[in-house]
Ligand binder design. Structure first.
Ligand code: UD1
Ligand code: CA
Length: 476
């Protein structure tokens, strides 16, 4: 019989696994009205980081254990997951049991019963997919009943300690509050991430007795398995931060610091210059092209994509924005904007959602743009508000130009034709249309549409003459 291909074997492997992610705890130590697992690290909920690492490790079937009122958690998860509800949270063992029906029922949901179960805490955002994969491979290679991901080198406060026997085998996990004097000082801690053989997990879980605090500890499955001659493997994480759990706001800040450093290291390895990683705030969801330079105190957030050869900051805050190649963004705030190639913005500009700046647009300082399209070559050098506007190509916007887009009830549009010249301090009272190649005089208040090739002046602006078209100038 021919050997199964690597891909087929991987596929078979996947079908043997399911993951249970525990996300139903009260998160009391966060002192928050929000569930702990939706607090964010580098722009993404804790739980979303865990789920993407599980998927990245090749496990497609995931059951998330959630509390009964869990709309806010469910809304924060994308991708295909199943949910199991844990009523009152009575500990990690109790939470894992909540997933049992989904995974151990008779052909539950028409799906195969998994042979191995990966169980993970939903509060470990620094876990990397390769670490999960390594744990699963170790579990299979050792033919273990339980494989625990452990760490050495993290602050041990509040964590479960790994107890090994004289031969180095893991025999128990002892929670800090239950640890005897000697156990307290063990520096190998439980990462809260495990692989279990399903046929061992479910029966052993049912044997777990309540702890002194009345909780059912998932960690008790370890000594129950070891005691009945099962095989427990311990794998020390290569990077201890992988298992870092977030229980408090301090730990949330620490997790952000570590992930931020990892993200900066990653992008520098991809050819991005980051002047000062310590003051560069990147979300896990952003991307950059090579030879882009990021100056200090810059925040790049959400679904932002930045092209090649750009320069950002110092002091730029950029969210959900698409930036082409060769753009310069000085210290400015950009939200939900689109910049084509070769655009210059700032310093001190504010681009609000729906701002589309086409190729070569130049905005100097103190320009606010909202829900507007600026065609190629538009220049607005100094303090202006451009809202609900369509501005034709090569239009020059003089200092102090305002689109008066709000009449107290409605937002109205301003349309400016190609190559128009808007004089300093022009008020464009929308809805309004300024024709191609027309000119408004300094300080004009434009209340009526201006035809093409017309000069208007005054308040309210009146047409004073038709402009004779000139050949395009070759200098600025
Ligand atoms: C747990 C481990 C500890 C380990 C640490 C690693 C136990 C008993 N202790 O402690 O050994 O060192 O993780 O970070 O397992 N959860 C529920 N329902 C519950 C309780 C918790 O879903 O009833 C969820 C939480 O939402 C959280 C995860 O399980 O995502 C872990 O719970 P948490 O209370 O944070 O456990 P730790 O005290 O950190
Ligand atoms: Ca925890």
């Amino acid at each position: 019989m021919p050997k199964p291909s690597r891909a087929a074997k991987k596929e078979q492997d996947h079908q043997r696994w399911a993951a249970v992610v525990l996300a139903a705890g009260k998160g009391t130590r966060m002192q928050s009205r929000l569930p702990k697992v939706i607090h964010q690290v580098c722009g993404r909920p804790l739980l979303a980081h865990v789920l993407s690492s599980v998927r990245g490790a090749g496990v497609d079937r995931i059951v998330v254990v959630v509390p009964p009122e869990s709309q806010d958690i469910r809304q924060n998860i994308n991708g295909n997951t199943e949910f199991a509800e844990q009523g009152e949270p009575h500990g990690t063992g109790h939470a894992t049991l909540a997933a049992m029906t989904a995974l151990n029922g008779n052909g539950a949901n028409g799906k195969l019963r998994p042979e191995h179960i990966l169980v993970l805490a939903g509060d470990a955002p620094l876990l990397q997919p390769q670490t999960v994969r390594a744990l699963m491979e170790r579990h299979l290679a050792a033919n273990a009943d339980v494989t625990v991901l452990t760490a050495v080198g993290l602050p041990i406060m509040g964590l479960g300690r790994i107890v090994r026997d004289g031969k180095g085998s893991v025999v128990a996990i002892v929670e800090e509050r239950d640890a005897s004097g000697g156990q307290f000082y063990i520096n190998e801690i439980n990462g809260g991430i495990y692989c279990f053989r399903a046929s061992v997990l479910w029966p052993r879980l049912l044997e777990v007795m309540p702890s002194a605090s009345g909780e059912l500890y998932l960690t008790d499955v370890v000594h129950l398995t070891a005691r009945s001659s099962g095989h427990v493997e311990g794998m020390v994480a290569e990077d201890p931060w992988d298992v870092y759990g977030v229980n408090t706001r301090q730990q949330l800040a620490q997790a952000n610091t570590v992930m931020r450093k990892r993200l900066c290291d990653y992008w520098m390895a991809q050819g991005v210059t980051i002047m000062d990683p310590a003051t560069t705030y990147l979300d896990a969801t952003v991307s950059f092209g090579e030879d882009t330079i990021v100056h200090p105190n810059t925040h790049v957030r959400g679904a932002t994509r930045v092209g090649r050869d750009c320069e950002l900051g110092p002091g730029a805050v950029i969210a959900d924005t698409a930036i082409g190649d060769g753009c310069h963004v000085g210290g400015s705030v950009l939200e939900g904007a689109t910049l084509e190639d070769g655009v210059e913005v700032g310093p001190y500009c504010h681009l609000r959602p729906g701002s589309i700046l086409k190729r070569g647009v130049h905005l100097g300082n103190y320009v606010e743009v909202k829900n507007s399209t600026l065609e190629p070559g538009v220049r607005a050098g100094h303090f202006s508000y451009l809202g609900d506007a369509t501005i034709g190509k090569d239009v020059s916007i003089g200092a102090g130009t305002i689109t008066c887009n709000f009449d107290g009830v409605n937002k109205n549009r301003t349309v400016i034709g190609d190559e128009a010249f808007i004089g300093c301090d022009t008020m464009l009272v929308a809805p309004i249309r300024v024709g191609a190649r027309s000119i408004t005089g300094a300080g004009s208040v434009v209340t009526r549409d201006v035809p093409d090739d017309t000069l208007v002046v005054g308040a309210p602006a009146r047409a004073i003459r038709l402009i004779t078209p000139q050949p395009p100038s070759t200098t600025h």
